[in-house]
Design a protein around this ligand. Structure first.
Ligand code: GLN
Ligand code: ZN
Length: 772
């Protein structure tokens, strides 16, 4: 330790990396498309990092005390850690240079794959919409301090006049998030390699110290989940002790801040507190201030994560300060901070010219949250100086609760009048008979998930209409022309239940957010989803109502073009919530029920217009599942109930479909059954029908369509291959229940491969039908 570290700087755990105008996304995609050189892309990123430092400095983080985090990434922080410690899978060994460095092209190759070499798998980052790349660790992975980007970027900032705080994924979390490399022996877990990994982190700390770093942040969110078995927990306690005993023993090292975002540390807090690290960052939004002294904490600086890094609402700073005050007696010193990195929120509310002024006053994006942290830091020093700001924040919260549109009496009354019967349909057998009578579908009915390829032409028409450059009539004509094409294609291919193709939808959530009251959409509110992919979540701020039908015209137009049934297409309440920033002034379940009622009305209108099949997509059902086992039941109860509320107004003869986009069914299989949809389509082709035995075992006894065509790549599956998958399905699922469909929507595909693939899907279906 080279300096006094009993006091943490005022700080945030991380900041958006993609740039206010998605500069990094554009620079990366230019590189991938061959429109930019590595040097040009690096230069754009260097400039963005410099701008970010200046911005954070202007917002009140200091330039010289490690207050500004060095937490940029070209794609993903977990991939950064993998590359830093030399954990590059053998199939990509050639992208690592002599000096251990991985250049941007090589780094992109690991992230995105090449030819037969699959990229690292991608999966959800804790309870966020961010996705990280999963390192592959085997018994033979050779850890070494390979890529020194963290050191170089620290130096780059220093040369620019900023002493920053490098941020790395901590060693325990790194291994917990990794998966065993292919060919690892039975029973191997990456955590078993800890003793080989920690010395590499020690080396990185030494190198950072030599470069002048005074503080380093190690993120250990892997410690906040309690879904671990007792045996796992024991191994993790030991891992934490071993890791931080070794890292704190490194001579001349920087001070260490171990951050535990995304939840409460629970039983791991005492373990971390007993180590010799200088500081801990606790999530006091999801987690709580410890109710009693924790041995060891009294010698540490603690960053109280009281500003929510996850949502976009202005903080009640009076309440936040209260938490920090409660923490004070338990720690050597307390600093104000964010609960998580600000990676999950857009940059700046002031960059939203179209949001209503009143709504803006309630919001805090990343820049506003930095300012909140700075205000709280001042209040911790001297409450009097910040009194006005504190009071203003509390007032904004109160005003929001009383503002028009936040509470709509008619919505509240309707919700209050609901009874359990409103969420219940007739028995499946009764519905099935009614549906069979009107739909008269063949065995193994074929359908698609909804969207058809979104051609450049469609995107351009939508954009031109949004800008006012295309008249309503021309826009409708363009969409109808596309619907004609999609319906004609499906007829020609011989599909049984048709779709309109969703050409009018920019995004399956934003489309509905724009049409429902209670939502606002942003112009620049981009948030990184993974790599260069960004989303712009709508803001659900008030009670939800549906001023007019949302999908009926498109669905009925499509239906008028065919004698076959056409599915109405809606996005379910859970997915709408999951992919929006949702109000925090009432339970999520209440908000979900409001959305459900709007969808229920939409379904009634679709039925009245003659649509007999309606699909309500819930691809995010599993995504919102809480990390903590204790919270899961309540979540599953309200999420299932809201889906049922949305759909249970449908007549027996109306066939309700749902679609879910993942194949790991395990923890939610009961919930999926509970949705009580007549037909459920799920992703399955990518995992070669792994989920089919699970479905059979769970006794799922309604329509089910395990996907037989992986839509994630342009590859055209052969009819034989699809037939094979279908035969696996027929082996465990009764033909009475089996549907045939792709894994997901086709909007990211091109027409050529879509047509060829669907043709094969139908040929395979005919072959299997013949053998029944
Ligand atoms: N109906 C949507 C589509 O086909 C479903 C998308 C999804 O599952 N993510 O595009
Ligand atoms: Zn899907």
């Amino acid at each position: 330790m080279t300096h006094d570290a009993t006091q943490l700087p005022t700080t945030i755990l991380g900041y958006p990396r993609i740039g206010p105008r998605r500069e990094l996304k554009k620079a990366l995609e230019a590189l991938w498309a061959g429109r930019a050189t590595q040097e040009e892309t690096e230069a754009a990123a260097v400039e963005l990092r410099a701008r970010t430092r200046r911005r954070l400095n202007a917002l009140g983080l200091r330039a010289h005390d490690a207050s500004i985090p060095s937490a940029a990434s070209y794609y993903d922080q977990v991939l950064d850690a993998a590359v830093a410690v030399g954990a590059v899978p053998p199939r990509f060994a050639d992208v690592v240079g002599q000096d251990g460095r991985v250049d941007l092209v090589g780094y992109s190759t690991i992230a995105r794959g090449r030819g037969e070499d699959a990229p690292l798998e991608m999966t959800k980052w804790f309870d966020t919409n961010y996705h990280y790349l999963v390192p592959e660790i085997g018994p033979d992975t050779q850890f070494r301090f390979a890529d020194d980007r963290a050191v170089r970027e620290f130096r780059e900032a220093l040369e620019d006049g900023f002493l920053t705080r490098p941020v790395l994924v901590g060693p325990v979390t790194f291994l917990l998030l990794s998966k065993p490399a292919d060919g690892s022996p039975e029973g191997f877990s990456p955590l078993q390699r800890l003793a080989d990994l920690v010395p590499v982190y020690a080396q990185i700390l030494r190198a950072l110290a030599e470069a002048g770093a005074t503080w380093v942040q190690l993120d250990e969110p892997g410690l906040v989940s309690d879904t671990l078995t007792a045996a796992d927990a024991k191994a993790i306690h030991a891992a934490v002790q071993e890791t931080y005993a070794a890292l704190t023993a490194v001579e001349g090292r920087p001070a260490l801040l171990v951050a535990a975002p995304y939840g409460d540390l629970g039983e791991f807090l005492p373990t971390l507190a007993a180590t010799d690290v200088e500081a801990l960052a606790l999530d006091l939004v999801k987690g709580a201030v410890p109710s009693a002294p924790v041995a060891g904490l009294e010698t540490k600086a603690v960053l109280g994560g009281v500003i929510d890094g996850h949502n976009i609402w202005r903080t009640d700073l009076v309440q936040a300060l209260g938490k920090l005050e409660a923490l004070r007696p338990l720690a050597a010193s307390v600093a104000a901070g964010t609960s998580t990195s600000l990676l999950h929120v857009p940059h700046d509310v002031e960059d939203e010219p179209n949001l209503p002024a009143q709504l803006k006053g309630w919001l805090a994006f990343a820049d506003q949250k930095v300012a909140e942290v700075v205000t709280l830091a001042a209040a911790l020093e001297d409450p009097a100086t910040a009194a006005d700001a504190l009071e203003a924040s509390a007032r904004a919260r109160r005003e929001r609760l009383e503002a028009p549109g936040v509470v709509r009496p008619e919505v509240r009354e309707r919700l209050a009048g609901l009874t359990p019967a409103d969420a219940r349909r007739s028995d499946y057998d009764v519905r099935r008979a009614a549906q069979d009578a009107v739909l008269a579908l063949p065995p193994l009915p074929t359908t698609t998930i909804g969207s058809f390829p979104q051609t450049g032409e469609i995107r351009r028409a939508r954009a031109a209409w949004a800008k006012g450059e295309l008249s309503d009539a021309d826009y409708v004509a363009a969409m109808r022309a596309e619907i004609d094409r999609v319906v004609a294609l499906q007829e020609e291919l011989g599909l049984d239940v048709l779709v309109h193709g969703e050409p009018e939808r920019n995004d399956m959530v934003q489309y509905f957010a724009e049409l429902l009251d209670g939502f606002a959409v942003t112009q620049n509110g981009w948030v990184q989803s993974y790599g260069s992919r960004c989303v712009r979540p709508p803001i659900l701020w008030g009670d939800v109502t549906r001023p007019a039908p949302m999908t009926v015209e498109w669905a009925t137009y499509a239906a008028s073009r065919s004698a076959k049934p056409v599915k109405g297409m809606l996005t379910g309440p859970v997915t709408i919530l999951a992919w929006s920033f949702v109000r925090d002034d009432q339970p999520l379940g209440d908000t979900a029920r409001q959305v459900a009622l709007a969808l229920r009305d939409e379904i009634a209108d679709l039925e009245a217009a003659g649509i007999g099949v309606v699909q309500v997509d819930e691809p995010a059902l599993r995504e919102l599942l809480p990390l903590k086992a204790v919270d899961q039941k309540a979540y599953l109860d309200w999420s299932v109930e809201s889906f049922r509320l949305a759909t249970a107004g449908a007549a027996d003869a109306t066939q309700i479909h749902t679609h879910l986009c993942y194949s790991e069914f395990g923890e939610v299989i009961g919930a999926i059954d509970g949705l009580d949809a007549d037909v459920t389509s799920i992703e399955a082709a990518r995992s070669r029908m792994e989920v089919v035995p699970q479905i059979a075992q769970a006794g799922f006894s309604r329509g089910i369509g395990p996907g037989v065509y992986d839509i994630h790549s342009p590859r055209v599956p052969s009819a034989e291959e699809i037939e094979e998958l279908l035969n696996i399905a027929v082996g465990s699922i009764s033909p009475r229940h089996l549907w045939v469909n792709p894994d997901c929507g086709l909007k990211t595909r091109g027409y050529a491969e879509t047509e060829a693939s669907l043709r094969n899907l139908l040929a395979a279906t005919r072959a299997v039908r013949g053998s029944l």
